[in-house]
Design a protein around this ligand. Structure first.
Ligand SMILES: [Zn+2]
Length: 80
């Protein structure tokens, strides 16, 4: 089984700093409306991404490092 590199990213509400959002997973990303569980503000996907781009890019960087480490391990096994 392939390792799962996905990880949860905490999105933070710019209004109340709550990290809990409700959204419909069935909808494609760009059609989702994220509503904050704290202050009930609503954001579209692009707004959420813009507000959290730093957090998200950090999470992606970390995931990339994990993948690199795994690939290196695999190569070591092959060339042993
Ligand atoms: Zn909020």
């Amino acid at each position: 089984m392939e390792k799962d590199y996905s990880r949860s990213i905490s999105l933070i509400c710019p209004t109340c700093a709550s990290a809990e959002f409700e959204f419909d997973l069935e909808l494609p990303d760009d059609q989702r409306t994220y509503s904050c569980a704290g202050c009930k503000s609503k954001f579209n996907h692009q707004e959420i991404m813009d507000m959290n781009s730093e957090t998200i890019s950090r999470a992606i960087d970390e995931a990339k490092e994990d993948i690199l480490v795994d690939i290196t391990k695999k190569f070591r096994k092959i060339f042993k």
